[in-house]
Design a protein around this ligand. Structure first.
Ligand SMILES: Cc1ncc(C[n+]2csc(CCOP(=O)(O)OP(=O)(O)O)c2C)c(N)n1
Ligand SMILES: [Mg+2]
Length: 549
């Protein structure tokens, strides 16, 4: 049976388990759109390719399957680049499908023509062009395998429009089964030996194919051995934060006590993650290339091991397979109870906030949300100082509930909340955003309205790009430039979109506003005006200025 390239492509997506795809339509991939017309795959059209790509990235984080984003050539692809970059930095499986000029025009710099292999070479795991309809199954199988194998990541496929329109008679390629490496028994024996010699060990968990079971297994081992476990930046949902062994997050504006604990540890067991700039306090808490701490680094991709840090023991393994083997090691004559208890006390102390001046106290808002949110509520965000409150004062109990860009990209949260609500319609999808961050991602509020997705957006308005202002005041005191914002009336803007919109004038009004927003059954935006003086939970603007004087 002959099919168009577009239909062959969509059939491969279905075979690979894709049930949801994000796009911004372009005439360069009409046969793909046409095939989606009759497909069980739900197609969600976004309002900006940035949103489509971020939404697809969030799908990858939430499901472990590649998030599919389909965009048009040239400007469509370049606008989607931010989501590809996040998928790369965050190790998220993703597939960006880009329309391309017809094969006969290539090389002339035809209208919106771009060499995607070059354009995405540095930010995707792989990027290439499909040159015939007949070979689409082969290329798709390769793309899925690459996106999911080793360190997961984004794959970009360029699809010339005539390839998509062409008819071919070709069998489907079945979904690839990815072989996952498991730890060898002598690696585990060496791990036990190194751990037995440690006085102050710390487990650090990070990305690279995490699952709920991985978190349970790692935590069972930590509890059997009274080992403290910390999460890398925006991996706070990897283990149940209520565990007595949970020690907090190695994130932006990290707690000094946790930073000191990592610096002072004599052994670090890194289960996943790349030990990147953020969790290592800009490479100071763990110094490359040969850290003072004994380092055991576990990662599914051998290419990631030894890349920045030279570990004493490098274990190539899928994280679920490693975690299950770790759990089976059981209790190893643990001596770390006190060390672990101190770590937990520090974490709990850090959950307490000092009162915040101004109309709305974000510490109080977060304390309410800790009580009020069900364990399966999904939290998303973009970038800004508002995330320091959102991360420090949140408690996660279930994997897949913190869907945030480890890349630190602004403009991610609204799109990610849209995906959260599509994948889990029964759960609360809560987006934390700032006055700067929101304006970057607000087009997808229209997507939420169109698809009747009642996401809840908490918008922290301090009238500035506070993160940048804070660093500006530190480095160039008093010389404020480029960081002030004149903002729209956010609740009115939300209502104009067809969403529920309210401004919360005082802390004590938040609870009722929150309940009204949920009860509205619509996408909702709650604006939280805050005093710019409190630029971050531990930093006052006036203190920064006084320090400079
Ligand atoms: C795409 C992108 N552009 C720029 C930045 C740099 N940046 C980081 S945080 C920030 C300010 C965010 O402002 P807002 O959302 O108002 O949050 P606030 O810091 O004020 O809480 C900026 C500009 C970034 N991280 N990502
Ligand atoms: Mg702001």
């Amino acid at each position: 049976m002959t099919r168009t390239g577009g239909r062959i492509l969509v059939d491969q997506l279905e075979l690979n388990g894709i049930d949801l795809a994000f796009c911004l339509p372009g005439e360069s991939f009409l046969p793909v759109l046409d095939a989606l017309h009759d497909s069980p795959i739900r197609l969600v059209t976004c309002r900006h390719e940035q949103g489509a790509a971020n939404a697809a990235e969030a799908y990858g984080k939430l499901t472990g399957r590649p998030g599919v984003c389909i965009v048009t050539r040239g400007p469509g692809a370049t606008q989607a680049a931010v989501g590809v970059h996040t998928a790369h930095q965050d190790s998220t499986p993703m597939l960006l499908l880009v329309g391309q000029v017809p094969r006969a025009f290539r090389g002339r710099e035809a209208w919106q023509e771009l060499d995607y292999g070059q354009a995405f070479g540095a930010i995707a795991k792989a990027a290439w062009e499909v040159d015939s309809a007949e070979r689409i199954p082969e290329h798709l199988a390769r793309a899925f395998a690459l996106a999911l194998s080793g360190r997961p990541g984004p794959v970009v496929l360029s699809l010339p429009e005539d390839v998509l329109a062409e008819q071919a008679d070709v069998p489907d390629a079945t979904s690839p089964s990815i072989e996952h490496a498991a730890p060898r028994s002598d690696d585990l024996a060496r791990l036990a030996e190194l751990l037995a010699a440690a006085e102050r060990p710390l487990v650090v968990v990070g990305e690279g194919g995490w699952t709920a079971g991985t978190g349970e297994d790692v935590l069972a081992f930590c509890e059997a051995n009274e080992l403290p476990v910390a999460c890398a930046f925006r991996c706070q949902d990897f283990v149940d934060n209520r565990s007595r062994c949970y020690a907090g997050v190695l994130g932006v504006a990290m707690d000094d006590r946790l930073a000191a604990r990592l610096r002072g540890a004599d052994l670090v067991l890194a289960v996943g993650g790349r030990l990147g700039e953020v969790p290592t306090g800009r490479y100071t808490l763990l110094e490359p290339p040969r850290p003072r701490q004994t380092l055991i680094h576990v990662h599914p991709d051998p290419d990631e091991l030894g890349l920045v840090y030279q570990p004493d023991l490098a274990i190539t393994s899928s994280l679920p397979a490693f975690a299950s083997a770790l759990r089976d090691l059981g209790a190893l004559a643990p001596r770390w109870k006190e060390w672990s208890l101190e770590a937990r006390e520090d974490y709990e102390a850090n959950l307490r906030h000092e009162p915040m001046e101004g109309p709305v106290d974000l510490g109080e808002v977060m304390a309410f949300l800790r009580r009020r949110l069900p364990g399966d509520a999904i939290q998303t965000c973009g970038a800004g100082n508002f995330t320091v409150w959102a991360h420090r004062f949140a408690e996660f109990t279930q994997y897949g509930t913190q869907v945030c860009p480890r890349s630190g990209s602004m403009g991610y949260g609204v799109a990610a909340a849209v995906t959260a609500k599509l994948v889990h319609p029964d759960r609360i999808a809560l987006c934390f955003t700032g006055d700067g961050d929101f304006v970057m991602s607000s087009p997808e509020l229209a997507t939420a309205v169109q698809h009747e997705l009642p996401i809840l957006v908490l918008l922290v308005n301090n009238g500035m790009y506070a993160t940048v202002r804070m660093h500006q005041e530190r480095v160039f005191p008093g010389r404020v430039v480029g960081t002030d914002l004149v903002n729209p009336d956010f609740p009115a803007l939300a209502r104009a979109y067809g969403a529920h919109g309210e401004r919360v004038e005082r802390t004590e009004d938040f609870e009722a506003a929150f309940e009204r927003a949920l009860a509205s059954g619509k996408p909702a935006v709650l604006e939280l005006p805050v005093d710019p003086e409190r630029i971050s939970p531990r930093v006052k603007l006036s203190d920064l200025q006084a320090a400079a004087r």
